[in-house]
Ligand binder design. Sequence first.
Ligand code: FAD
Length: 337
Amino acid sequence: MSDVNVFVVIIPGDEQAGGATGLLASARRIATAGMPGMVHAIVLGSPDEAAMPQKLLAAGASSVCLVSHESLVQPVQGGQLLELLLAALPGATRDCAKDKPSLFLFAASSLADEIAAGAAFRTGATALGRCANIQIQDERIVASRVAFGGRIKVVLSALATQCFACIRPTDAGASVLAGDAVVGQVREITCTGALTAPLTATFEAQPASGRRVDLAKVVVSGGRGIGGPEGFEQLGALASALDGALAGSLPAVDAGWVPVTSQVGQSGNYVTPLVYVAVGISGTLQHLAGIGPNVRIVAINNDPEAHIFQEAQLGVVADWRAVVPLITAHLQAEAVN
Ligand SMILES: Cc1cc2nc3c(=O)[nH]c(=O)nc-3n(C[C@H](O)[C@H](O)[C@H](O)COP(=O)(O)OP(=O)(O)OC[C@H]3O[C@@H](n4cnc5c(N)ncnc54)[C@H](O)[C@@H]3O)c2cc1C
């Protein structure tokens, strides 16, 4: 029996966001630092891809537990996934010593926050929220988080041995084991009890602004420099031409130019697209905290001193109104030809 058990909890959408194997890498680091530890994976709902169990074993999971229910609605909802997790917990933790740390780790997202908090409440465990770093020290789970816009670091030492936490996944690239190391058990649990009735909502179809920014391959994001909702219509056209999603900074959300569900940053979404187009955004620490480390940033800003240019791979010093319509028209013309 190992001293530490770290369970990565994979939810639908994690793999598109590059989260599942990266999360495994983070879990392995936590589980193996200092004490003998094991990493297990719990996959809630249908895996994003059929090969996911093998990928998770290859990335270092000792076991993979697939938990499904035929009545799970699409798009998936936190309440229903929470019930699947609660159904899987007794079996998953059967071999875990009660006095040793058990950590349930999610890839940070709003949906994961909801499930992690609910699971901690329902099981009497500790919820650690979004963490920057997690370690096991003297058989205690110790997490650190930033607060007050990155000005201070808070260190939390959990009293409970069982904790539920969200963390930004490590870069998945380094996590795959050699082929002969791929061993482990895959179990399937099909839940049959009644699930919580799904919440229903009506969404208006909006080409780019309706897309989930945390799953998009291209994100076009506007800041205070856009100046108003009309400007965001133009950014939406650019996002659509790039087959991407429309996002915004906190001031743009506060002004009502873009919905809060599309906010990027420390108190908004964490995005990992291939390309992030930042328009009229200065590039504060709090905004950049929502952009993954390997994302290519293209910045359009009329201030050559704007901090975003220090982070961007491609920068355009210009008034966005002179540039964005030209790029959009060019892309639209290319699409027609
Ligand atoms: C606890 C905490 C949490 C926070 N969380 C978040 C968060 O999640 N997300 C977030 O974004 N912020 C967050 N903030 C706010 C953050 O500190 C900044 O205020 C914010 O990121 C600035 O947004 P901005 O870049 O849109 O605006 P500004 O900093 O005002 O930048 C506007 C930019 O637009 C440029 N500009 C102006 N006109 C034009 C034009 N015509 N063409 C081109 N460029 C132009 C300017 O040169 C400037 O660089 C948080 C702050 C705190 C304290």
